[in-house]
Design a protein around this ligand. Structure first.
Ligand code: 5GP
Ligand code: ZN
Length: 113
């Protein structure tokens, strides 16, 4: 989608610090990091949110989680990390292209705000 910020990052039209890429997923540094490590893991294919997924996306969702776990090892987050997916207005989603936040490098509080 040409008017989607993250699709434009996938296409290389908007610069981002790209840290991991495979056939279906891309990970890049969040522009406004909330932890020492804060990456966004996204599908290269446009998908608005988890609310737009069906059973046919199960493989892709698994790939995103597996990519995040692999990146966590690369980022040396052996002490743990948090994966967050915000969905819709109440979930705090601000970019309508599905993304996993991978946060680490500090202790995470609970419950989230
Ligand atoms: P959400 O609030 O939708 O869960 O997360 C969107 C995330 O995208 C935010 O953490 C925000 O800092 C990040 N973000 C917004 N615009 C850009 C951008 O242009 N580049 C990068 N790298 N991250 C962005
Ligand atoms: Zn998109």
């Amino acid at each position: 989608m040409s008017d989607c910020l993250f699709c434009r990052i996938v296409a290389g039209e908007i610069p981002a610090k790209r840290l991991y890429e495979d056939e279906r997923c891309l990970a890049f540094a969040d522009i406004n990091p909330q932890a020492p490590v804060h990456l966004l893991v996204i599908p290269k294919q446009h998908l608005a949110s988890t609310a737009h997924t069906t059973a046919e996306h199960a493989g892709l969702l698994g790939d995103l989680l597996a990519a995040a776990a692999k990146i966590a090892v690369e980022q040396k987050l052996a002490n743990g990390y948090r994966i967050v997916i915000n969905t819709g207005p109440d979930g705090g989603q601000t970019v309508d292209h599905l993304h996993l936040h991978l946060l680490g490098g500090r202790h995470m509080g609970w419950p989230p705000g």
